[in-house]
Design a protein around this ligand. Structure first.
Ligand code: SAH
Length: 218
């Protein structure tokens, strides 16, 4: 292995150890994170920080989430190998790539076509053939592919989007940040039941907002 490759491996192992110390214990989740080269999902100028535990800027004024938050949300989603998962907010594609190692198929939606194109290229390079991505307004879900076993929303909604609840299977779970301002967001786990939904508050978070509609040119 090249010295640069060895250095990346050391940084990755340090990140996994930091995630463990912060309470991420699911071995499948940790191994999925270990398998995804985060350096490939960040801008070239941020590559040196790719395995540090913080969010980083990506194109279109968006962010790739902090690895701890990705690990926490993935663990909370409790994904099984036969499951069909919807992600709203592809961004860099990192969260989708982590999920792709844990479930049967990932459907992911991004409103910026530029981000989507870059993410799709990364999926191809990494041979992640069980991810299907499209551009559009993810707050409306992906009705043609519904119902989903799990839904993960990686942008903050003001309220629980009805369309996403409709597209969840009974007993299915959704992890979603909700809050009207960045200072006031909480992550929720929502379970769909025969009677309605059960919501459990998990932790305070900071996500870019879930924006309805799609931009015209980018
Ligand atoms: N999961 C991403 C982090 C994404 S940041 C990753 O792993 O890198 C949130 C993303 O949600 C942004 O790219 C933003 O453009 C997108 N987004 C916001 N509102 C959206 C909507 N209504 N539909 C689809 N994507 C949306």
């Amino acid at each position: 292995m090249t010295p640069a490759g060895e250095e990346t491996d050391t940084r990755k192992i340090e990140l996994i150890m930091a995630l463990r110390r912060q309470g991420i214990t699911d071995a499948r989740v940790l191994s999925a994170i270990e398998r995804v080269p985060r350096a490939q999902f960040v801008e070239p100028s941020f590559k040196a920080q790719a395995y540090e535990d913080h969010a980083l800027p990506i194109e279109c004024g968006q962010t790739i989430s902090q690895p701890y938050v990705v690990a926490y949300m993935t663990e909370a989603l409790d994904v099984g190998p036969r499951m069909k998962v919807l992600e709203v907010g592809t961004g860099s594609g990192y969260q989708a790539a982590v999920l792709a190692h844990l479930c049967r198929r990932v459907y992911t939606i991004e409103r910026y076509r530029t981000l989507l194109r870059d993410a799709e290229e990364r999926f191809r390079e990494l041979n992640l053939t069980n991810i299907t991505a499209k551009s559009g307004d993810g707050s409306k879900g992906w009705p043609e592919q519904a119902p989903f076993d799990r839904i993960i929303v990686t942008a903050a909604a003001e309220t629980l989007p009805d369309a996403l609840i409709d597209q969840l299977k009974i007993d299915g779970w959704m992890i979603i940040p909700i809050g009207r301002s960045t200072r006031d967001q909480k992550l929720y786990r929502v379970q769909k039941t025969e009677k309605g939904v059960d919501c459990e508050e998990l932790l305070p978070v900071r996500f870019v907002p879930l924006v309805e509609g799609v931009p015209k040119d980018i």
